[in-house]
Ligand binder design. Structure first.
Ligand code: C2O
Length: 496
């Protein structure tokens, strides 16, 4: 898995060369493939279009189309699949002057992820992450639907990686430009039908996130990303992209939306947000459990897009919260109620034990130690929720967090920082929320004598298939990626 699909880099070189040729007329061929290739010449961050601004405000209730189910790609009928393929083929075939083109739409994402010098604010790394992507998918879906003459019924599929552990077949086979859902710049192992790394995008992770009742931990706040954004959202991005610089397409936010799989990935993220909201109202929960923020600063954030008529339109975060009524799609997510974690102990990450395993440890009072260990003895799941975790500017990729106590190493979780794009390597990443399942490691982390240290280790790219590789082997030297810090640390457990 060291070398990426050869067609990726060579295709890009070819395009860079081609861009230098006059007017792109060499591409005046009849096929949709050529017109989409021509569009590659527009390359963020240097060639980004100006972001749309202003435009007609979306009015909730104005969309009166039927409410249609967004389905898993695996649940698509042959006819639905054909429609999806035709929609992407039509999108790729649009003339470069059109405001709906595949590349312009992809660059819209680059614009809003700060990969472009013309970018307004970055919608990643904060509570804007969920609503912005929902609005973006809405207009993208309308464009695709109108291109196949079915604005009313066309809805995007999702890639439910928690169930489908390989790249969904229609997106990788046939593996050529004849397939409008294919992208030649992906991780070669996955592109060839390989499995996702065992730890990424799992049902277990989704269940862990559903234990969080507060939006800030799940979906972020004004200054920090929620836990969903770096895992599983980020891990799947990094897995699907090339494992080495420049990490295209999915592994770099500046290019990610050039892969049709991006939209299936984000539909799944959107589904999981919707599913988390569905947990609201359960018995014994605090009143704002599983609810979206009500702060004006969250609700009034507004972004401009192009719609299916190439008109500039704008949508606010408040507009997208009720996707059934306002955006006319729904999901069928099984409601799986788990007793949410409510008992919260505030603790501290303090630096650092002297000795062979330097790294921060959890500082807790004697009372908390006892209560927490007691909760674990009573079989409660236990999470460590770290808020306001800084990530060094150059860090990107997947990081593993280990508990290390003497010879014992336990894997507590992963998180990913997705590359933002060429030329922006020094960008300051937003603060992260890191949520770790410490149920098994609580004894080590809370031990009175020589407690476990917490280590952040970069996941070796050659070990993508598993996390149980060399970093877990006792005695194997661990390379520090960076020191784990947090503005706030909480241990959460179930009330018994
Ligand atoms: Cu805007 Cu998945 O990133």
């Amino acid at each position: 898995m060291k070398h990426d699909n050869a067609s990726g880099p060579s295709r890009r070189r070819f395009l860079r060369g081609a861009a230098a040729l006059a007017g792109g007329s060499v591409f005046a061929g009849p096929s949709t493939v050529f017109s989409s290739l021509r569009a590659f010449a527009q390359d963020p961050p240097s060639g980004c279009p100006a972001p749309p601004t202003g435009g007609t405000h979306f009015v909730p209730g104005s969309d009166t189309r039927p409410i249609i189910l967004r389905k898993s790609i695996n649940a698509f009928s042959a006819a639905e699949l054909t429609k999806l393929q035709n929609a992407y083929a039509a999108l790729r075939a649009l003339p470069a002057t059109d405001k709906r083109t595949w590349v312009l739409q992809a660059d819209m994402h680059a614009l809003f992820c700060d990969s472009c010098t013309t970018s307004p604010t970055d919608i990643h790394g904060s509570w804007n992450f969920f609503p912005w992507h929902r609005a973006y998918l809405y207009y993208y879906e309308r464009i695709l639907g109108s291109l196949v003459g079915d604005l009313n019924h066309f809805r995007l599929p999702y890639w439910d990686w928690e169930n489908i552990r390989t790249l969904p077949t229609p997106y990788r086979s046939p593996g050529s430009a004849a397939n409008p859902l294919w992208d030649g710049i992906r991780n070669s192992g996955l592109a060839g039908g390989g499995n996702l790394p065992v730890a990424d995008g799992t049902t277990a992770r989704i269940n862990t996130l559903n234990l969080l009742t507060d939006f800030a931990s799940f979906g972020g706040n004004a200054f920090s990303a929620g836990a969903m954004e770096n895992n599983p959202h980020g891990t799947i991005h990094v897995d699907v992209g090339q494992p080495a610089p420049p990490f295209h397409d999915m592994g770099s936010l500046g290019y990610a939306a050039r892969d049709p799989l991006f939209f299936a990935h984000h539909c799944n993220i959107d589904k999981l947000w919707s599913g988390w909201n569905d947990l609201a109202g359960g018995g014994g929960l605090p009143p704002n459990a599983y609810k979206n923020p009500t702060d004006a600063a969250f609700l009034n954030a507004r972004w401009s897009f192009y719609d299916e008529n190439q008109q500039i339109v704008s949508m606010s975060a408040a507009d997208v919260l009720d996707h059934n009524s306002n955006l006319r799609y729904t999901y069928k997510v099984p409601i799986f109620r788990v007793p949410p974690l409510q008992l919260i102990w505030i603790c501290k990450l303090i630096c650092c034990l002297p000795g062979p395993d330097p790294g921060p440890i959890l500082e807790v009072s004697e009372r908390i130690r006892e209560e927490a260990l007691n909760a674990v003895r009573q079989q409660s799941t236990m999470l460590l929720v770290l808020q306001g975790v800084p990530v060094p500017p150059n860090a990107s990729g997947i990081f593993e967090i280990l508990s290390v106590r003497g010879e014992r190493r336990q894997h507590l979780g992963s998180f990913a920082i997705v590359e933002h794009g060429e030329g922006r390597h020094t960008k300051q990443h937003g603060l992260q929320t890191v949520v770790l399942d410490i149920t098994q490691a609580a004894g080590d982390l809370l031990a009175k004598e020589k407690p476990a240290t917490l280590r952040v280790v970069r996941r070796p790219t050659e070990q993508k298939p598993g996390i149980a590789g060399e970093i877990m082997r006792p005695g194997q030297k661990l390379e520090y990626a960076f020191e784990l810090k947090a503005e706030r640390a909480e241990i959460r457990a179930q009330k018994r």
